[in-house]
Design a protein around this ligand. Sequence first.
Ligand code: HEC
Length: 104
Amino acid sequence: MSFSTPALSGMALAVLLSMAPHAPLRAEAVTAPPVALSCAGCHGPQGAGEGSVPRIAGYDRQAFVQTWSAFRANERPATIMNRIARGFTDAEVAQMADYFASVR
Ligand code: HEC
């Protein structure tokens, strides 16, 4: 197989663009910090919640930080978040707390 590099990256860009969430544009729309993008796969675009995965949009900032440390410490029942919580630094958690508290 041989790929030409420019064509390949063009393809990757097209795929990325077609996967962008089709959320309505609002004047006060907040841009997700890169660290929060991995959450969308389960929690839905902007943390709206999907299926059995809870909504985290509008989560109180302080409650978010507390919930996060409880997951990290295995003090809160979790199927997956206890493991995910350990993969982020306090600074990243603070960024995500700000972001999810600000989206509705
Ligand atoms: C693999 C799927 C998955 C991913 C990825 C994921 N979550 Fe979760 N999240 C869950 C599930 C499922 C729960 C319910 C608790 C559990 O079972 O672990 C949850 C619960 C939570 C809660 C608690 C909600 C409540 O009701 O109090 C918060 C906050 C949260 N997730 C934040 C995040 C953030 C921020 C990210 C991105 C770093 C993220 N999650 C990534 C699946 C996921």
